[in-house]
Design a protein around this ligand. Structure first.
Ligand SMILES: C[S@@+](CC[C@H](N)C(=O)[O-])C[C@H]1O[C@@H](n2cnc3c(N)ncnc32)[C@H](O)[C@@H]1O
Length: 235
């Protein structure tokens, strides 16, 4: 528990560092350049983006929903891996604009559609082969957090519960719910409990110790090495 508290404090520090940016800037992820807006979850400060951009398992022709797309980088890599269409949503309007700019940068407007909204809010009658969210895995009790804080904190794990319970209405038969999570910061027991209660079969399809990444490049994250896991859940 003390260890988790240390990681939570580290995350809060990295988030504060990232909030000092006051203009758009460029980052390099897996050899490609992208734009990051100031109050959007940034791969310059957090290395989950790179992990999920690399590890997200995509089959050719998959129709994908990425919730909480941030800069849109994971969706763009999913398109390069062969996904036929991707809806990329985020609750943060700046993230949606940021994702749109990166989508245009690589001429992917015909395959990736960024939309603003809360979890499944912007989705109408579509069903997907893959629903993915690199969730804000830090649990906090307090509500009323800022838009930037929502990138890492999920009050009461309310959004996580919504994702898991409502995904059933948006998955095609045989579809996969992929959840990006952290064993160092998140409460894995909670996550597994919600998945079980909702009737999913779950396996870990990818795991990575943050230390194995060369980026991000800022000091705060070098001392704050978080472990990530990709959970794959099916009904
Ligand atoms: C950990 S960040 C991941 C960003 C991006 N996918 C990446 O890996 O770089 C979580 C994202 O979820 C978004 N988010 C938080 N709560 C949300 C909600 N209720 N509905 C949709 N998006 C949400 C945040 O704004 C943030 O962009």
């Amino acid at each position: 528990m003390r260890e988790k508290k240390k990681y939570l404090e580290g995350t809060a520090q990295v988030l504060r560092d990232s909030q000092r940016e006051n203009e758009k800037y460029a980052v390099n992820v897996l050899g490609k350049e992208f734009i990051v807006y100031p109050n959007v979850f940034s791969p310059k400060y957090f290395n989950d983006t790179e992990f999920f951009a690399k590890e997200l398992p995509v089959n050719k022709g998959d129709e994908i929903l990425e919730i909480g797309c941030g800069t849109g980088i994971v969706s763009i890599f999913a398109a390069w891996k062969g996904a036929s269409s991707i809806i990329a949503t985020d609750i943060n309007p700046d993230a949606v604009k940021n994702a749109m700019e990166n989508v245009r940068l690589y001429n992917l407007e015909n395959r990736i559609t960024p939309l603003q909204g809360d979890v499944f809010g912007p989705i109408k009658n579509d069903r997907f082969d893959v629903i993915f969210w690199n969730v804000p895995f830090a649990y906090v009790k307090r509500r009323g957090i800022s838009m930037t804080e929502r990138a890492v904190y999920d009050p009461g794990y309310r959004s996580l519960k919504k994702l898991i319970h409502e995904a059933k209405e948006y998955l095609k038969p045989g579809g996969r719910l992929l959840i990006g999570f952290s064993s160092t910061i998140g409460h894995i027991g909670f996550l597994k409990g919600i998945l079980k209660e909702a009737g999913y079969k779950t396996m870990v399809s990818g795991a990575m110790d943050g230390k194995q990444f060369k980026s991000p490049k800022v000091n705060s994250t070098k001392v704050h090495s978080v472990k990530f896991r990709l959970f794959e859940a099916r009904l």
